[in-house]
Structure formats: structure tokens, C-alpha cells
Design a protein around this ligand. Structure first.
Ligand SMILES: Cc1ncc(COP(=O)(O)O)c(C=O)c1O
Length: 278
């Protein structure tokens, strides 16, 4: 036994690959570990990364602070602007996005992004943590690689930290090799727990989505809540797009300056997203 080759890492990885409809996978010690191993595999000194503005904070910080120190150039793009405005360059190698962004729950036009990247021979990577393969299977749309923080919905029991990347066998062989150099490794006990969590994935996330929708509607009608960011609501700018894709946790916003509202909102937020966010 060495890094990243225990039998239950392989078994749970194969199950997640099947859920996403991918050839192979690498289960990692955390979502960030999966993201780091993937980007360090696909990008090297002098390469350019195009990443959607407003991704999860850890990913954003990796792109903003760490990758540039490795000689990797990074630009952020606003997926709601025309694609001719996206700052693609001759050395661009990877386009990175989130299926449903954390925490704004923005849902971009994934088809447009994939078409844009394919026309330029760029590798596409999407973080599918918030959508899960129950609601969205990005490889079917043409994404090259799919990532997850398995800490959230894939496990669903709030008792482990894990990550996974799914994609073609050849790319995954390279990701595993870089991950071995970086040294992170998912504990075999955590693999067992993750596999247990997967068994209830469709039941859990469908139920959670129903609860989130009801909660979002209730909050939107509440006089002390100024705005609710939930793509299941017709008031969300990406509602039509999201109805083709998924539902996700609600992010209510308190009326500024009202301590009562702030307290209420905070309570609701931690309840509605319990087990889904670190
Ligand atoms: C969308 C998304 N991706 C990646 C991560 C990082 O995952 P982990 O905490 O498992 O490293 C998070 C964590 O909140 C997340 O929300």
C-alpha cells in the first residue's frame, strides 16, 4: 500500500465515476486537494487559466495567490458577458467554472462555456459540488473533468472531508501521479464512510432541494428578508437556466442594519445548509 492506491479508494472512486458517467476518478483528501492536484496537472509555468469570477473562496484564493507564484497566469471572466469579451490568450489551457457557484448560487450557461472552450481546444473543468450528479452530469454536456468537494452532498453526513475528480483515464493517471507527489491521500476509513453516504445520495439531495425551495419561498415572502439568492425562485436571474439544471441550498440576505433580521437570517442559513458547507 502506498499513496492513493488502497482498494477502497479505488472502489469508492469507481462508484463516483459511474455516477458522473466518467471513465476514471481520483478520490482526494479534500475538495481543495482534488482541485489543486487537477490544476497542477493541467497547468505549468507559462500557461494561462481562465476561471469564472466568484467561485468558492478556497478555489478563488488558489487561483489568485498560489498559482501565480508557480508561474501560472490567471484571468477571471464574467460568464454573463458575451464570450468574445472573455480574456482568452494564446497560452490559455484551462477554463474553470462551478456548476452552481458557492455561495451566490449563480448558474452560468454551461453549454456556451463548453462550446467556447471546444472551439479553442481548451480543457474544461467544472466543480459539481452543489449540483451533484443527481441534478447535473457535466461530462454529458461536454466538460472534460468534473470535481467535487465530497465533504458536502456526496457524503452527506458531515463526518468527513474528501474530494474527487472524474474524467478520462489518461488524464486521471496524470492527476494521480501529481497527487502522489503532493502527498495528500484520503484515509481508508473515510473512503468507507463516503461509500456509505453515496448510497442515499439521490434520496437526500432531492429531499433537500424540496426543503430549500419551500424555505426560499417562505423567506422571499418575509418582510424582514431583503433578498433571497435561490435559482429555484422565478426572481433569480438564472431561474430559467437553473430549471434545466438543479436546485441548491438557499442563501438569504438580511435587511442591512436590522439586528433582528440578521439573527434570523443567520439561523436559517446554518439550518438550511447544514451538512453541505464547511
Ligand atoms: C464548491 C466548492 N468546491 C470546493 C470546496 C472545497 O472543499 P473541501 O472543504 O472539501 O476542501 C468547497 C468547500 O466549501 C466548495 O463549496
Amino acid at each position: 500500500m502506498r499513496l492513493n492506491n488502497t482498494p477502497n479508494q479505488r472502489v469508492v472512486g469507481a462508484r463516483i465515476a459511474a455516477l458522473e458517467g466518467g471513465e476514471d476518478s481520483y478520490v482526494a483528501a479534500s475538495g481543495m486537494s482534488a482541485i489543486t492536484a487537477t490544476l497542477c496537472t493541467l497547468l505549468g509555468e507559462g500557461d494561462h487559466l481562465l476561471i469564472e469570477r466568484g467561485c468558492y473562496g478556497g478555489t478563488d484564493a488558489l487561483a489568485r495567490h498560489t498559482l501565480p507564484r508557480m508561474g501560472i497566469e490567471v484571468d477571471f471572466f464574467d460568464a454573463d458577458t458575451p464570450s468574445q469579451d472573455w480574456p482568452v490568450r494564446d497560452n490559455t489551457k484551462v477554463v474553470y467554472a462551478e456548476a452552481i457557484a458557492n455561495p451566490t448560487l449563480r448558474v452560468i450557461d454551461h453549454e456556451r462555456l463548453v462550446t467556447f472552450a471546444r472551439a479553442r481546444g481548451l480543457t474544461t473543468v467544472v466543480d459539481n459540488t452543489f449540483a451533484t450528479p443527481v441534478f447535473f452530469r457535466p461530462l454529458e454536456l461536454g466538460y472534460d473533468l468534473v470535481l467535487h468537494s465530497a465533504t458536502k452532498y456526496l457524503n452527506g453526513h458531515s463526518d468527513l472531508v474528501a474530494g474527487v475528480v472524474i474524467g478520462p483515464e489518461e488524464t486521471l493517471r496524470r492527476v494521480r501521479s501529481v497527487a502522489n507527489h503532493l502527498g495528500g491521500c484520503l484515509d481508508p476509513g473515510a473512503c468507507f464512510l463516503l461509500e456509505r453516504g453515496l448510497k442515499t445520495l439521490p434520496l437526500r439531495v432531492r429531499y433537500q432541494a424540496g426543503t430549500a425551495q419551500a424555505l426560499a419561498e417562505l423567506l422571499e415572502a418575509h418582510p424582514l428578508v431583503s433578498r433571497v439568492h435561490y435559482p429555484g425562485l422565478p426572481s433569480h436571474p438564472h431561474h430559467r437556466r437553473a430549471s434545466k439544471t438543479p436546485r441548491a441550498p438557499t442563501t438569504p440576505e438580511a435587511t442591512p442594519g436590522d439586528p433582528t433580521t440578521r439573527a434570523k437570517s443567520a439561523t436559517v442559513r446554518s439550518w438550511s445548509t447544514r451538512g453541505t458547507r464547511s
